[in-house]
Design a protein around this ligand. Structure first.
Ligand code: ADP
Length: 524
């Protein structure tokens, strides 16, 4: 009796323990199920012959399918058969017999509803009721990660191709000044092959010194790391290559920063400027030589002109005296010859004077003497001084003056040369008709116009005539004496006075030269 009672109590105790275990098991199962439901990774539980027993919410959500379409189906027959991948099938079939888990098997597939997905599959055997083991298949969606990695790879390929093909040398370092990248041009200049340079300190690979002192200068990478700002080398920096070459370079180093501003390293870009340095040197020497030659030419011309003018003036003077009969009567024949001597000598003198002006102008040695001038008086002087020119022509000279006129502050001698040149040209190129001189106030200055009814200038020659030694050569212009320097000097003188000169012309009708000079201000 006592035994039976004891046995019953024992049984009751065991039942209680069992119940307790059962309850614990149930709780554990519910918890496990909850966990399975909560994980964001799609999970499938499969039988040994790969029938789907269950799937979690993440699976349905990710692949846009329902439990009805999924449960009890054969994995390979799911949907449009997208899981029917021979390699996966082989792997899964091995999971149960060998107990070898499938790890990170990458599957790329385009699903009709959700498009292309890249997934990592992991599978392992889970013990189940002893007899029929199951397979847990976890599917990790790595599409985004895969895309980002691909983009990163494309970018890095793009950078590598770009940096490899550009002509500039590029070296990058990390924040410890350790070389992390070098392009072929940097390899060529430094003499360090990339494989050897990577991992070394920048000061070992890129040694720079000053061209003048030959002292090693602070490496710009260190400066950028120290200051965090873009740094360039001073001028005249030499790179000392590993094989002993000295290469003049120009460069700049810039910090590499992340989007949050943290420093990741430094990139140095530099280039070999040997050719540029040689060219600059040559150019400088050529410029000095040209300037010296130009100075010598101007000085020579000035001296020569001066020396030539004196004897010419003597020739002209004596010829005129002979023409006037000072040394006895001259016959008509002799007079003609003397006149030709005089004309040619005067022309030569004009040419020499013009040359002298040009050389002074070009040497910048023509000082401007500003004084107060009343334009009508100046024009009157010009008229008187060109009297002999008028006397030889039948041309009418018309002078049209503005009514009132403010005084002008300018260099009258130069303005007179300008006006005389224009008048002489007008007379020279006008067989008949008239020449009109007009002036008026115009935009803070005075505009003086010389208009003729002459042969005119073709449009394509309008700018050329202001260049030295340029004369218009067209039929019917006859042979006019001249140097081709008159308008060049005119333009340069007007510019010296702060003014402008322009021309309008019609062939066969005549030309108008318009000079504008500023009113100026009284000299202090
Ligand atoms: P030149 O000593 O030959 O006159 P310029 O420099 O004064 O030299 O003039 C250059 C050329 O411009 C002249 O040879 C002439 O062909 C042309 N030219 C200048 N002024 C006139 C004008 N008023 N009418 C027609 N042609 C002119």
């Amino acid at each position: 009796m006592a035994d039976r009672k004891q046995t019953k109590q024992q049984l009751l105790a065991e039942v209680a323990t069992l119940r307790h275990h059962l309850a614990a098991l149930q709780t554990a199962r519910i918890e496990a199920e909850r966990i399975v439901e909560t994980v964001r990774e799609p999970l499938l539980v499969l039988t040994a012959d790969l029938h789907i027993i269950s799937a979690n919410a993440a699976f349905y959500h990710t692949f846009h399918v329902t439990p009805e379409e999924t449960e009890h189906q054969l994995l390979y027959e799911l949907g449009t058969g997208q899981w029917d991948i021979p390699a996966l099938r082989r792997l899964l079939e091995e999971v149960l017999p060998t107990d070898a888990p499938v790890r990170d098997f990458e599957v790329r597939h385009t699903f009709p509803t959700i498009g292309q997905k890249v997934m990592l599959l992991n599978a392992r055997r889970i013990p189940h009721d002893g007899s029929a083991p199951r397979i847990l298949l976890a599917i990790e969606d790595i599409t985004e990660r895969w895309r980002a990695a691909r983009l990163l790879q494309q970018r890095s390929e793009w950078f590598t191709v770009t940096l490899t093909s550009i002509g500039d040398a590029v070296i990058a370092t990390d924040t410890q000044a350790v070389v992390t990248f070098m392009n072929p041009e940097a390899e060529r200049l430094t003499g360090w092959p990339s494989q050897e340079a990577l991992g070394r300190d920048i000061t070992e690979v890129l040694i720079l010194c000053s061209e003048e002192t030959r002292q090693v200068v602070e490496n710009p990478v260190l400066r950028v790391l120290r200051t965090g700002i873009v740094a360039g080398l001073g001028n005249h920096t030499l790179l000392l290559s590993r094989d002993g070459r000295e290469i003049p370079i120009a460069d700049s180093g810039a910090p590499i920063r992340g989007t949050d501003g943290t420093l990741h390293g430094v990139v140095m870009v530099f280039r070999d400027i040997t050719e540029r340095a040689v060219l600059e040197g040559n150019l400088l020497r050529a410029k000095d030589a040209a300037e010296a030659a130009n100075r010598a030419k101007s000085e020579f011309l000035a001296t020569m002109s001066h020396e030539l003018r004196t004897p010419l003036s003597v020739i002209i003077g004596y010829t005129e005296l002979m023409l006037e009969g000072t040394f006895g009567a001259v016959t008509a024949g002799e007079s003609r010859i003397l006149q030709r001597v005089r004309e040619n000598a005067v022309e030569l003198l004009d040419l020499i004077t013009a040359m002298l002006d040009v050389s002074r102008l070009e040497a910048g040695r023509l000082p401007v003497h500003v004084q107060e001038e009343w334009l009508p008086a100046l024009i009157e002087e010009v008229k008187t001084e060109t009297q002999e020119v008028w006397e030889r022509t039948q041309l009418a000279l018309v002078i049209q003056a503005a009514d009132s006129f403010p005084p002008l502050y300018t260099d009258p001698a130069k303005l007179k040369v300008v006006l005389k040149n224009l008048l002489r040209n007008a007379v020279k190129f006008t067989p008949q008709g008239s020449i009109t001189v007009q002036w008026q106030s115009w935009e803070g200055g005075v505009a003086i116009q010389v208009t003729d009814t002459g042969i005119g200038i073709p449009a394509d020659a309008l700018t050329l005539i202001f260049e030295p030694f340029r004369q218009v050569e067209t039929e019917g212009r006859g042979t006019q004496h001249g140097t081709g320097l008159g308008l060049y000097i005119t333009k340069r003188l007007v510019e010296l006075l702060g003014g402008t000169v322009e021309v309008e012309s019609a062939v066969g009708k005549g030309s108008t030269f318009r000079v504008w000079v500023p009113v100026g201000s009284a000299p202090t």
